[in-house]
Write a protein that binds this ligand. Structure first.
Ligand SMILES: [Zn+2]
Length: 108
């Protein structure tokens, strides 16, 4: 029983989430903004309006919940940062990693 998501089948640990690293949706399309010193890469996604570009989802460093992730959002319409957003991911180990995507795309 996982005390964070209350799913009896969940065996996810923070260690596993951290080792898996940054994750990204299957419909990621291409890179919008290359990482700077203070912001990560952001991406556009297939079949999604690109008013905002989104970073990969990063395991939340200071939250012990292994399902806790955060992502950076950039407002492409206003051309400004919208800061980081918290979210929870049920099964992050089943997601593709940003690293794999970058290898496929040949960026960075
Ligand atoms: Zn859980």
């Amino acid at each position: 029983m996982c005390k964070f998501c209350e799913n009896s089948n969940c065996t996810l640990t923070k260690q596993q989430a951290l080792e898996h690293g940054a994750i990204i949706e299957d419909n990621v399309y291409h890179i919008m903004r290359v990482a700077t010193d203070s912001t990560p890469n952001t991406y556009s996604f297939k079949d999604m309006p690109c008013y905002d570009s989104l970073s990969a989802l990063f395991p939340h460093e200071s939250d012990e919940n292994p399902h806790a992730y955060e992502r950076f959002i950039y407002d492409e319409d206003e051309n400004c940062s919208k800061d980081w957003e918290y979210c929870e991911v049920q099964n992050p180990l089943s997601w593709n990693t940003e690293e794999e995507f970058i290898k496929i795309m040949g960026v960075n």
